[in-house]
Every structure is written in C-alpha cells, then in structure tokens.
Design a protein. Structure first.
Length: 256
C-alpha cells in the first residue's frame, strides 16, 4: 500500500512536469535547469529519502563530476542538489517513461559497444559543460553493491579536456562518492546495503517497488577536492582513489 501511495503522486507530478520541461528545453528557457531540481526534490520527499551533503559542488566551470554508481536512486539524489546533466548508456533512451525523463534532463547517451561513439559523446559532454552545466559521469561504467568503488574508466573522462573555458583552461574534475548509510533510522551494514543497490541483472520494477515500500532512506553525497583535467588516465586514477577514500569514510562513520 505504501508503494502505491508514493507512485500515484509521483505519476501526477511527472505528468504535470513533462510538458513544462519539454517547453523549457525546446525554447531554451532558464527553467530547463531549475525544473528538474524541483522535480527530483519532490520525488525524494515522497519516497522518503534524506540527503546529507559533505563538501560542496565546485563553483568552477566547466565542471565534470566523476562518481561511483549504486542505484537508480542516484539520479534523483544528485538531481535534487543542483542543475546538471548525466551521461547514461544508450539503452536508457529506449526505456518506457524513464527514457523520456532522461532526455528531458538533457542526458548524454553513450553506446558502449561502439568505440567510434566516444568522440561524439565527448563532444556532447563538452557542449553541455561549455554551456555552464555540470556533467555527471558514473565512471565505473556500471553500478555496484554500494559497499565498494569499482575501477573508473578513463575514456570519457578525456571529454573534460574538450570542455574549454573562456580562457582556454581545461574543465575541472570533481570526484564524488555516493553512500547509502541508513534505512528506517537504522544504519545499513555491509550485508543490508545491497538491498538498496540496483546492480547486476536485477529487474528494475521489483527493486523499485521494494524501495518505495520501505522508504526512509539516508544517503550521503561526499564531494571531493576538485582536480585539474590533465592527463586523462592520471586524472581517472586520482578521482577513483578520492571516491574510494570518501566512500570508506562514509560507510564507517569516519568522514567529516
């Protein structure tokens, strides 16, 4: 029952928001950035997700936020904090409902099976960043069980080098760690945390219903110190190391 009490108002808000955001994107209105933030905040409030932010998004532009990836919840959690764009696998564009929402968020879609697509995606990322939008890249290329950070992939991080500022400086890279730390007021341990994670070959619908049924999720966003773009492989390793340290601190309660 609780799940449906969440789904119905979320659907109503979505049906109202879709035409407003479509017009905002089509006409390039300032609301194309602010409406998604409001939408995600409403969704989190209805689901019962509380977000704690440690550190802050860098004010530098162009900005590439490089993060670990745990769940579909990562999207509204991050989207509720500031206007931004995501990079997602091309399959997401075809998902019923979710694909449309991703397009209205101005998501950059990447075909991971086509090496030739990297240049196009890099160009789109640079265009978004050059226009002032931070871009979020889930650099693991997949999602994890929430207890660890998988190795970051360097190919798309090279796009930061194309996000040139007015003075010709490369884009700033900021590492981020997403940590799911509690549910129902109880701390999540290593064994229970994967219940919130959506990874492997899990079906989306059952996982979504289970999260909505339980609600009361506590998540932390840990923003690290910004890094210069520099060499893409070196930047990738530094971002991965920072995210791993921040996640470990969040999950053990030793972070700031």
């Amino acid at each position: 029952m609780r799940a449906w009490l969440v789904i119905v108002p979320v659907l109503l808000v979505t049906l109202v928001g879709i035409p407003l955001q479509w017009l905002s994107v089509a006409l390039k209105l300032p609301t194309r950035r602010s409406l998604p933030v409001l939408y995600h905040r409403i969704v989190l409030a209805l689901v019962g997700v509380r977000v704690r932010v440690v550190g802050a998004p860098s004010p530098a532009r162009p900005l590439l936020i490089v993060s670990n990836h745990v769940s579909w919840l990562d999207i509204p959690v991050l989207g509720s904090r500031l206007p931004l764009c995501f990079v997602a696998k091309s399959e997401v564009a075809g998902w019923p409902g979710i694909g449309l929402l991703a397009k209205l968020q101005r998501t950059v879609f990447v075909d991971r099976s086509a090496r030739s697509a990297t240049a196009r995606v890099a160009g789109e990322m640079a265009e978004r960043m050059g226009g002032g939008d931070p871009v979020v890249l889930f650099a693991e290329g997949t999602s994890s069980d929430g207890n660890r950070v998988l190795p970051f992939r360097s190919a798309l991080i090279g796009a930061a080098r194309q996000g040139m500022g007015a003075e010709g400086a490369g884009a700033t890279i900021q590492p981020l760690a997403i940590a799911y730390v509690g549910q129902g007021g109880v701390s999540l341990g290593r064994a229970r945390r994967p219940r919130l994670a959506w990874y492997g070959d899990m079906d989306l619908a059952p996982h979504l219903m289970e999260v909505l049924r339980r609600g009361a999720v506590d998540v932390e966003l840990h923003f690290g110190e910004p890094l210069p773009a520099g060499d893409r492989k070196a930047a990738t390793l530094r971002a991965e190391s920072a995210a791993r340290v921040m996640l470990a601190g969040a999950l053990t309660g030793r972070s700031a």
